[in-house]
Design a binder for this molecule. Structure first.
Ligand SMILES: [Zn+2]
Ligand SMILES: [Zn+2]
Length: 248
């Protein structure tokens, strides 16, 4: 196979996509959807659009058949079907998603909605690409909710305008920018070089990010780089209060 063709092969299913498939599986109760089922077509279009934005092409790219096959793959994790002969062992990622979400349907529904709206907003983006999003940086901290959603979360935290507004607001009220968890003050430690430097952390859970919710200043917390990193280092992410308790 020529290398150019190879690069166009369909990407492996990501965690976020498996979550969306599981949500569909839940709706069909593990059954085989009809040929022209709207929900299947909708998911196929959403994922197709997203991957095309990432430079993938091809008529089999997340087509409706591929979606249905994925739904059937999920059966192996379902106690209802798991004992049927002929089912291949599922992937580790599928098993993880299944275990994280299957017994918490509300969490699954919320998370799937947030992922769908995150993908739609990325696809609407002029660039449409994930370039510039700290996806690799986040890989070690693979999100239960998926990398895509984590990337969107992180992008919101880095949105220049809202971050500037948050810092201005705190500066006007307190006269300094200090870490809300440990009290670190960049100016005290680094002098002139630390002026205006601090990171913003979005405290709203990812699953609540569905829809076009505008970030409020109260949704953001100011954190030093270390504390911010510690919050995101492992799942589940810590709340600011939990981190404070560790530091005490
Ligand atoms: Zn700190
Ligand atoms: Zn954060």
């Amino acid at each position: 196979m020529k290398s150019e063709e190879k690069s166009k092969r369909n990407p492996a299913w990501s965690r976020d996509e498996i979550i969306l498939a599981l949500d569909l599986y839940r709706q069909f109760e593990g059954g085989w959807p009809k040929g022209n089922d709207e929900k299947v077509i909708e998911l196929s279009q959403l994922l197709n659009q997203f991957w095309q934005g990432q430079g993938y092409v091809g008529h089999t790219l997340r087509n409706t058949n591929g979606i249905k096959m994925k739904l059937m793959n999920l059966r192996v994790h379902d106690p209802k079907y798991g004992h049927l002969a002929g089912l291949k062992a599922g992937s580790k990622l599928e098993a993880e998603v299944w275990n994280n979400f299957w017994n918490c349907p509300d969490y699954l529904i919320e998370t799937a909605a947030a992922i769908r709206s995150a993908i739609a907003s990325l696809s609407r983006d002029v660039s449409g690409k994930l370039d510039g999003l700290p996806i690799d940086e986040l890989e070690g901290a693979e999100a239960v909710e998926g990398r895509l959603l984590t990337a969107v979360h992180s992008r919101r935290e880095r949105s220049w305008e809202i971050v500037k507004n948050k810092k201005d607001d705190v500066l006007a009220k307190k006269g300094c920018l200090v870490c809300e968890a440990c009290g670190f003050d960049f100016v005290k430690r680094y002098g002139e070089r630390g002026v205006g430097f601090i990171e913003c952390h979005h405290i709203k859970p990812l699953a609540e990010l569905s829809g076009e919710i505008k970030t409020q200043l109260s949704d953001l917390a100011l954190l030093c780089a270390n504390c911010h990193r510690m919050i995101h280092a492992k799942r589940p992410w810590l709340t600011i209060e939990e981190l404070r308790r560790i530091l005490r």
